[in-house]
Design a protein around this ligand. Structure first.
Ligand SMILES: Cc1cc2nc3c(=O)[nH]c(=O)nc-3n(C[C@H](O)[C@H](O)[C@H](O)COP(=O)(O)O)c2cc1C
Length: 200
């Protein structure tokens, strides 16, 4: 597919067929993530690929958070609905890629910047990771797969994240992916001119 067509036609996909993703396509997706631009070429991303039981367990974790009294401070009616829906997407997908920020840009760059600018470094790290995520979503679409960028799992209690993924890195996104099982209404985009100001 032409790049421009991939960009224009990609949309979030939330329902998947029970069909595996070939290994070479998975590699292409991960490689696209790793080839994204990043602040000072720091490549601050870590990807965890979940399949099979471990993936389904993550779906169960989302359900438990939405149900259990002790996690009440993280949830609420609307978040619970989103977590339940996320659980279904993760379980239905053959593969879910979980994205973390390894903090490497902040670690190396912070010695060169004043304290007051440190949050800017963090922002650049997050922007770099967002670029990696978008690259992966685009390759999914190009390869006939669908995927969705889930942010609601970031509400997971930190100790659960560390236990489940065995990492202290910051959770950035959860991306269930697979062959789409439904044709869905295309999410409309607003007029380009509403977002752009030209000078000169
Ligand atoms: C940072 C971020 C967080 C998101 N979190 C969720 C989420 O938790 N659940 C969900 O279903 N979709 C989530 N989405 C997908 C958006 O809802 C979707 O991109 C938006 O509605 C536009 O639709 P499109 O992707 O089809 O163009 C998220 C997207 C981004 C960029």
């Amino acid at each position: 597919m032409e790049t421009i067509e991939v960009i224009n036609k990609r949309r979030s996909v939330r329902h998947f067929k029970d069909e595996p993703i070939p290994e070479d396509i998975l590699r292409q997706i991960l490689k696209a993530g790793c080839y994204a631009p990043s602040a000072h070429n720091s490549q601050p991303w870590e990807f965890i690929v979940l399949k099979g039981d471990k993936k389904d367990e993550l779906g169960d974790v989302f359900l438990n958070i939405s149900k259990e009294e002790r996690y009440k401070e993280y949830t609420g009616f609307y978040v619970n609905r989103l977590l339940k829906y996320s659980s279904k997407m993760v379980k239905e997908s053959p593969i879910t890629i979980v994205v973390f920020n390894d903090g490497s840009f902040c670690k190396t760059a912070s010695k060169y910047f004043r304290q007051s600018k440190k949050e800017i470094l963090h922002m650049m790290e997050v922007q770099s990771i967002a670029a990696a995520i978008e690259n992966m979503l685009l390759v999914c679409h190009d390869q006939g797969l669908g995927a969705v960028w889930l942010g609601v799992p970031l509400l997971m209690p930190q100790e659960l994240i560390e236990d489940f993924f065995e990492t202290k890195n910051d959770l950035m996104a959860v991306i269930p992916m697979g062959y789409p099982s439904k044709k869905r209404a295309i999410e409309k985009k607003v007029d380009v001119d509403k977002h752009v100001t030209y000078f000169g």
